[in-house]
Write a protein that binds this ligand. Structure first.
Ligand SMILES: *Cc1c(COP(=O)(O)O)cnc(C)c1O
Length: 429
């Protein structure tokens, strides 16, 4: 990969007409270490968040030896970069042939389930392969409730009574029973974990089995952009968040068994940005060369405001208007599909125009894996960048809308738009 100090430098040197991803290995390493150092248990990176080989390799080299996987391709992707790593097969509903592949070819010994028929499938394959159930951990997934950008319990998870029955059945057949849950993604209300832990404790008491572990899933929030007019609401600092959850775990009596987390977003979100180009400005609408069928579907479904930095095209000499004023622009994607319009605006200097570049930050999670070739568009150019997205303060324009990691108690700051505007003199002539 070509290497640059900042996304701005890459945009101005390459002048790309197609989206360019800026990968920041040092940021990824730092965010992985922050989580791993704070979490009092085993950390399994959720591969579906971003399964690019260079991401898996960096996560592995940063000290993660365990991966949450869901399919043959994910087993193989992990194996290719970290052959000795442990894999947890946490998809609750699996094909018989996939269960067999996991157990026989990939040596996977931890699986999730939420239904008696799934238990039967696993039991059959274990019997057919003549494996000892005592070597296999079965994590019963609980349905949970809470507030997340994505609410996932509509699809997976057993009700408490069913979970009790499954745990007892697993133990009766000689398997090692565990409990898992996954509260959703971008969980902003931390009480969600406490509620899920209380439920898990109740199920544990009723089941009366000897548990081998508790897996609290993923969902830990990453910082994104924010409406500069709204009060500042820092995203909980991951180290502090993980310590708080650790305290909740102990309070609910789970500090006597192995604890597992499956973070995705919180570790990779900040490690990638994408440089896009303004194809057309039409009043308060901006057409860019990426969109929901490209890198930006996560922000669309999750209604996430992305931090966006304007990189004005130096070739445009005349630029009427006030570069110090931030406006909310509606962002239209590149495909001909009329749903390809972002659900949240970009906050940009009012002078943004056709031909300008925009660096969209914090798109490391659920972007690359979800992009399509719809309408012939498929961003696929990568460069490496040294500095964090928010550390490029050179001629900063319209990006001060990024959230910070911080304490939730921080007071709201008045006059956000004022504070968010770039200093005079940085605007292009
Ligand atoms: C998607 C997923 C994760 C990762 O979720 P994040 O919100 O990215 O942390 C973890 N566990 C399971 C079971 C998942 O499906």
């Amino acid at each position: 990969m070509q290497r640059f100090e900042t996304g701005r430098e890459a945009a101005l040197k390459l002048r790309p007409d197609e989206p360019v991803y800026c990968f920041r290995p040092s940021v990824l390493t730092r965010d992985v270490r922050t989580f791993v150092d704070a979490f009092p248990g085993k950390v399994a990176y959720a591969v579906k968040t971003n399964g690019e080989p260079f991401v898996l390799k960096t996560v592995s080299e940063a000290g993660v030896g365990c991966f949450d996987v869901a399919s043959r391709r994910e087993f193989e992707a992990v194996r290719a970069v970290a052959p000795g790593a442990e894999q947890l097969y946490m998809h609750p509903v699996k094909a018989l042939s996939a269960i067999r592949l996991a157990l026989e070819t990939h040596g996977i010994r931890t699986l999730a389930l939420d239904h008696p028929d799934e238990f039967e499938k696993i039991r059959l394959v274990v019997q057919a392969l003549d494996l000892d159930p005592g070597d296999i951990s079965l994590f019963v997934r609980l349905a949970t409730k809470g507030h997340a950008a994505y609410e996932l319990s509509k699809k997976f998870g057993a009700a408490p009574g069913e979970a009790v029955e499954l745990l007892q059945r697993a133990e009766r057949h000689g398997f090692r029973p565990g409990i898992c849950f996954h509260v959703g993604s971008q969980v902003e209300d931390i009480a969600t974990y406490d509620t899920a832990l209380a439920l898990a404790a109740q199920v544990r008491r009723q089941a009366g089995v000897k548990l081998v572990g508790l897996d609290i899933g993923g969902g830990f929030p990453a910082p994104y952009g924010r409406d500069p007019r709204a009060p500042e609401r820092p995203v909980p600092d991951p180290a502090r968040l993980v310590r708080d959850i650790g305290a909740d775990v102990a309070r609910h009596g789970f500090d006597d068994i192995e604890l597992v987390a499956e973070p995705g977003r919180v570790m990779v979100a900040r490690s990638l940005s994408v440089i896009v180009r303004v194809l057309l400005r039409d009043g308060k609408r901006i057409h860019i060369n990426d969109g929901i069928w490209g890198s930006l579907s996560d922000s669309w479904t999750g209604k996430i405001t992305l931090p966006a930095r304007l990189i004005p095209d130096p070739a445009r000499r005349r630029r009427p208007g006030d570069a110090s004023r931030l406006d909310d622009f509606r962002i239209c994607g590149v495909t001909c599909d009329s749903v390809d319009i972002l659900s949240r605006p970009f906050w940009l200097p009012s002078t943004v125009d056709t031909g300008d570049f925009i660096e969209i930050g914090h798109i490391g999670a659920y972007s690359l894996s979800l992009r399509t070739t719809f309408n012939g568009f498929h961003p696929d150019t990568f460069v490496e960048v040294d500095h964090a997205f928010e550390d490029d303060r050179d001629g900063l324009e319209g990006f001060a809308t990024v959230e910070t990691w911080g304490e939730p108690e921080t007071e709201a700051v008045a006059g956000e738009v004022e504070a968010a505007t770039p200093s005079p003199g940085t605007e292009p002539v």
